[in-house]
Design a protein around this ligand. Structure first.
Ligand SMILES: [Zn+2]
Ligand SMILES: [Zn+2]
Length: 217
């Protein structure tokens, strides 16, 4: 990791330096930071991210396997119109790669990620941790079921697989806690804070109100 800059927190940067920071770093194994004039200061202590992984580069013989500890790049998820950040942004993953005797690869991906964003019931802060254990098989010419969408020419789209596997493993609702009471549908108050006796007078039926207007006595 020589050549990596330790410029500290981005808040410490001179404003004119901010424009020089690339928005995203896409790194491949074996490719150093040389192609980038400058790495984001916030990555100073974060391990190198892998977005795409060259399975062929492992040079596995038939039946051989390898376990890899990588850091995958992630993208925020948008669920029900709300944005959820994934932490850590450089996500530690365990990737098991096996070269199958019939050719191709069997893959297993495991990681834990924390999602942070609004609770879908009360809009308070929610941060559930999701455990993912996903498998893929890619064998050229063996039919669609054995053709992983994340592998092409022995190149694994790790970032895409992490994104989709995480989305599939999510609960149907992201909540601050399982028994979150949500917001009152009448006044919008947070029912977790308002207490169980929070209630409203029943509103008069608007149709009767209309009839009263018509009464001519
Ligand atoms: Zn909630
Ligand atoms: Zn209310």
């Amino acid at each position: 990791m020589a050549g990596r800059r330790h410029a500290g927190h981005p808040g410490a940067l001179h404003p004119s330096a901010r424009g020089l920071i690339p928005r995203a770093v896409v790194s491949k194994p074996g490719r150093g930071p040389a192609g980038f004039p400058r790495r984001p200061a916030t990555l100073g202590s974060i391990p190198q991210r892998t977005d795409s992984f060259d399975l062929g580069g492992l040079r596995l013989s038939s039946g051989e396997g390898r376990r890899l500890q990588l850091h995958a790049g992630t993208d925020p998820l948008v669920l029900s119109g709300q944005r959820y950040a994934i932490e850590p942004a450089s996500l530690p993953v365990t990737l098991d790669v096996s070269r199958m005797t019939a050719g191709g690869y069997a893959l297993r991906l495991r990681f834990e990620a924390c999602l942070t964003g609004p609770c879908m019931r009360c809009l308070g802060a929610a941060g559930p941790t999701v455990a993912v254990d996903a498998r893929e098989v890619d064998q050229a010419g063996a039919g669609d079921e054995l053709d992983s969408p994340y592998v092409s020419d022995a190149e694994l789209d790790l970032r895409g697989w992490v994104r989709d596997a995480l989305a599939l493993a999510l609960p149907s609702q992201v909540v601050c806690r399982d028994d979150c009471a949500g917001l009152c549908p009448v006044c919008g108050e947070d029912l977790n804070l308002a207490g169980a006796d929070h209630a409203h007078e029943r509103q008069p039926d608007p149709r009767w109100a209309k009839l009263r207007e018509l009464r001519l006595d």
